[in-house]
Design a protein around this ligand. Structure first.
Ligand code: SAM
Length: 248
């Protein structure tokens, strides 16, 4: 896979996928279609059509994609612009938490899947992320603040979306449901890792004056991670809940 950072998550997802020949698949909230490109590479000649949709086309620029991949701007918070029984497989990663009416989205996924079609929804449980470092209180505060602060493009936010995903689908009684967790573990604080990238993303809390974390607290948080790295006690752990449902 071209994206090494995600390679172990991709592998876990591929093992859960069951694509028929000439599969018709969709990715809801696809951003730059990296997962569709990954599916195409992992299952050569199996996919007849792969449609990626996103509320914004900003991720579609500067990527190379061609048939069978097609990308469209679509708001997944409303009725999906697809016919009933269209897809063998629907995928969505880290998009569900942005939509407020999750029950409606679950019913829409059911509607667009073919009988026995499969849905896989992957969601990080943002409040379940852990860093090790000396200042427990500050690290907990920074993670919780990032998990709980809504960004401008989000219609909704749930920092527990990972652990809640199973319930949204299971309550609908529309799917045979199962759930697993893929945990990313890193022991080095360095450029290109999930933990490093997240620590940079957390800066927006003070840069945008959200009030959730001050500049001083952010600087101390980064110093704490650097010091853990220096003394060899750095750990970053990120749980991805993977829901798999089969349309009944
Ligand atoms: C955290 S990103 C995840 C992107 C991609 N699935 C991935 O995991 O690499 C969330 C994506 O969902 C998209 N999104 C948010 N709300 C949406 C909505 N209502 N309908 C469609 N896409 C939406 C955002 O534009 C963004 O690309």
């Amino acid at each position: 896979m071209s994206n090494i950072k995600y390679s172990s998550l991709y592998k876990t997802i591929f093992e859960l996928m069951e694509l028929p020949d000439n599969a018709v698949i969709a990715d809801l909230g696809c951003r730059d279609a990296s997962f569709l490109l990954g599916f195409e590479q992992a299952f050569p000649n199996k996919i007849k059509s792969a449609i990626g949709v996103d509320i914004s086309d900003r991720g579609f620029k500067n990527i190379e994609y061609k048939n069978p991949i097609e990308l469209k701007v679509m708001n997944c918070a409303g009725k999906l612009e697809f016919d009933d029984n269209s897809f063998n497989f629907v995928f969505s990663k880290d998009m569900f938490e942005c939509v407020s009416d999750k029950e409606f989205l679950v019913s829409e996924i059911y509607r667009i899947l073919k009988p026995n079609g499969i849905v896989i929804c992957v969601n990080c449980d943002w409040d379940g992320i852990a860093y090790n470092g000396e200042n427990k209180e500050l690290i907990t505060k920074a993670i919780h603040a990032y998990a709980e602060t809504k960004q401008p493009w989000m219609d909704d936010l749930d920092s527990w979306i990972g652990r809640r995903m199973y319930g949204f689908f299971s309550k609908s009684k529309l799917f045979e449901s199962c759930v697993s967790v893929h945990n990313v573990i890193e022991t080095e604080y360095k450029v290109g890792t999930f933990g490093y990238d997240l620590s940079l993303d957390i800066a927006w809390l003070h840069e945008e004056n959200t009030g959730a974390l001050t500049r001083e607290e952010y600087d101390q948080f980064i110093a704490c991670l650097q010091s853990a790295q220096k003394e060899g006690s750095y750990i970053f752990s990120k749980p991805y809940y993977i829901y798999k449902g089969i349309k009944k």
